[in-house]
Write a protein that binds this ligand. Sequence first.
Ligand SMILES: [Zn+2]
Length: 181
Amino acid sequence: MRGLTMSLLRPAEAELDMPVDLAPAEAPMRLALQSAEQAGRSGEVPVGAVVVVRGQVVAVAHNQRECLNDPTAHAEIIAMRAAAAALGSWRLVDADLYVTMEPCPMCAGAVVNARVRRLFYGCDDPKAGAVRTLFRLLDDARLNHQVEVFPGVLAAESSALLKSFFMRLRRPAADLRVAQR
Ligand SMILES: [Zn+2]
């Protein structure tokens, strides 16, 4: 599994080879996954997000682009808006964002603007990933804020959810392909 070793290392400690225990990140990520499942059931691409501040879950959201007819209604944006409203501040300096898939350029930009402390995400997004895959917006020194990034938290679950969603969309051709594997 590519990237597993790196995903277990804190960026700042990578040289020291100090593994980081990502197990505590799994509980909030499971919450994000549940929210993503809910999105899938309502016909939305299943992506979920959770904001945690000092050990407290302050927002849970999922993608709602279709039902709101809103191109900005990604899980991360909705979760950060809810968190900012709950905290009474747009500065999410003590916030950790958990999202089931690597954020796109829009969401990564919002994560920087919100001054989020740490981002944990599930699977990579080869088509729009702006944290590691296509761009690296969260650790670009030219921007005024950098975010600690922890990729690969429950990545297999996140990507299985997305795959089964798109497979259902493409049935029956997809069923046939799976049967032939
Ligand atoms: Zn996004």
